[in-house]
Design a protein around this ligand. Structure first.
Ligand SMILES: [Zn+2]
Ligand SMILES: [Zn+2]
Length: 189
């Protein structure tokens, strides 16, 4: 079982105090845009929690290897995540108003209120860190040739020989589940 909740101990309620927390998070699968990553192992995370006087600043990292389908050929690709965890928890609701007009203050969506029981669940922050770190176009290789848009054969294994030029597939681009491949240059085959 992963563990993503931390309880702010009493000694951290002194300004400038800082403390490190670590644990693991179980992420069986992570949706990042159109891509689904699967993790065989729980991911280790670590954060430093610092008392800024009016809030707790949470900053740390989460890392682990996820498996995703290559955007072009759909073969499995391993991606090593290294995400930056960031959070800001105000000690007092009244402090939110104090930020008004302060240009350096975090935006309204960027801070939370410290719960009355001083227990913070880091899970949403950790998942956000992973999603931000995920590549926009995971590839098995920069030079991956992808699938033939006409017959679907894996062009990394050689020419498909279906005889249809790639631009024939442009006709049903909208209906083709691999329409993303239509913009790929196949001319060097
Ligand atoms: Zn590929
Ligand atoms: Zn083909």
């Amino acid at each position: 079982m992963g563990d993503t909740t931390i309880k702010i101990p009493a000694e951290l309620f002194a300004t400038a105090e800082s403390s490190r927390f670590q644990g693991t998070i179980e992420v069986p699968c992570l949706q990042a845009g159109p891509d689904t990553y699967r993790f065989a192992e729980p991911l280790p995370w670590s954060v430093d929690v610092t008392n800024t006087g009016s809030a707790f600043l949470v900053a740390g990292t989460v890392s682990g290897t996820g498996e995703v389908a290559c955007s072009r050929c759909l073969e499995p690709v391993a991606y090593d995540f290294s995400g930056d965890i960031e959070g800001y928890f105000l000690m007092d609701e009244g402090d939110a108003a104090a930020f008004e007009g302060d240009e350096d203050a975090p935006g309204e969506d960027e801070f939370d209120l410290l719960p009355a029981d001083h227990v913070i669940d880091l899970e949403p922050l950790i998942l956000a860190a992973l999603i931000v770190d995920a590549p926009s176009l995971p590839l098995c290789d920069e030079g991956c040739k992808g699938l033939c848009p006409a017959c679907g054969a894996d062009l990394n294994e050689g020419p498909c020989g279906c005889g249809k030029p790639a631009d024939v597939a442009e006709f049903d681009k909208a209906a083709n589940p691999f329409s993303v491949l239509a913009d790929y240059d196949f001319s060097d085959n």
